[in-house]
Ligand binder design. Structure first.
Ligand SMILES: C[S@@+](CC[C@H](N)C(=O)[O-])C[C@H]1O[C@@H](n2cnc3c(N)ncnc32)[C@H](O)[C@@H]1O
Length: 316
């Protein structure tokens, strides 16, 4: 089954979801995503029957509301999208700006679906006053209404009746997780360029996040975190501290097109951290997932030092 997405979303874990799901215990009762975004992991997990229930949460309220509509009102949502999309063609750019202005006034989540389908790279950007200010993609018309409706229908079928959707800050989700939950956290990026990231609604504080993970450890909650990474030999983001006793698995996400343009052949590698409770249950040791088998044979390097454990098992 092709796993659908409702909209492109910068930072979506759709491509990495099959790898990440290898670290979800069989028979997971509930998968909790406190930073759900486009919910790529939950949708992939539902499509593969890897969890019975889901809790999606995103601090961006119209985005969370959009997910409620996708799950419980997908027919009306698809029709609304079709009307907006068809109205688009006499002056597509002007139409986009009108919809954007209307979204900023009303925060209607249905308008956000159109904006996400039509904006540059699915990159949600808000200005300092909280207004969506991303430009339209001038080369693409956005998802065809028929394809959109089919995707919405599939996602609804996968998640309806087994999913709750909320829009609170992630700490409030973590305070309410149960012992039999598995939590997948993909917080806002720390910024590849070293700047404060303006792509998301809010940044989160590194120290607060580490403190929240320490509390989850005390409660023995099983969790996974996508956090830092590296491009070639340069790392981005601050690694999570060894005192959290996490197990690091590195996932190759693909070649960097920007580096390729500059004549460098560099792979983007994303870190996935497993909580101690999860790593012990799954008997996972630090590992690197290579994208291509040939490279796996050529490159027998170990991951960068993290904690005290040595690489002892290659999972892919
Ligand atoms: C990297 S994206 C998640 C992408 C997601 N894994 C996917 O596959 O689409 C991070 C998300 O965290 C949300 N966010 C930012 N600050 C938050 C907070 N304090 N609590 C909850 N969500 C937050 C953003 O709105 C954004 O959608």
């Amino acid at each position: 089954m092709t796993v659908p997405q409702a909209f492109q979303y910068q930072g979506s874990k759709r491509a990495l979801a099959p790898l990440i799901l290898q670290y979800l215990p069989v028979g997971t009762m509930r998968l909790v995503e406190p930073f759900s975004g486009s919910a790529a992991l939950s949708i992939a997990a539902a499509a593969r029957g890897r969890a019975k229930e889901f809790w999606l949460n995103d601090f961006n309220a119209p985005l969370a509301q959009l997910f409620s509509l996708i799950i419980n009102g997908q027919k009306e949502l698809g029709k609304f999208y079709q009307e907006l999309w068809r109205a688009d063609h006499s002056d597509a750019l002007e139409h986009y700006y009108q919809v954007r202005e209307s979204f900023n006034r009303t925060k209607d989540p249905r308008l956000l679906l159109y904006l996400l389908a039509r904006c540059v790279k699915g990159a949600v950007r808000y200005n300092g006053e909280g207004f969506f200010n991303q430009s339209p993609d001038k080369r693409r018309l956005g998802t065809q209404p028929e394809t959109m409706q089919a995707n919405l229908n599939t996602i609804s079928t996968l998640l309806r009746g087994k999913t709750i959707v909320t829009s609170v800050s992630y700490e409030d989700v973590l305070a309410n997780v149960r012992e039999d939950d598995v939590v997948y956290m993909d917080p806002p990026y720390q910024g590849v360029c070293g700047e404060r990231d303006s792509r998301y609604f809010s940044g989160i504080s590194f120290d607060d996040f580490v403190a929240q993970l320490a509390v989850l450890n005390l409660k023995n909650v099983r969790y996974l975190v996508s956090y830092d990474g590296r491009l070639g030999n340069r790392s981005y983001g601050k690694p999570l501290p060894a005192k959290l006793q996490l197990t690091l698995v590195e996932l190759e996400a693909g070649r960097s097109s920007q580096a390729t343009l500059l004549g460098r052949d560099e792979m983007t590698v994303e870190s996935l951290y497993l909580s101690r409770a999860l790593a012990e249950e799954l008997e996972v040791h630090p590992a690197i997932h290579r994208k291509h088998r040939q490279e796996q044979m050529q490159l027998m390097e170990t991951p960068p030092p993290y904690g005290k454990t040595k690489i002892s098992k290659r999972v892919s």
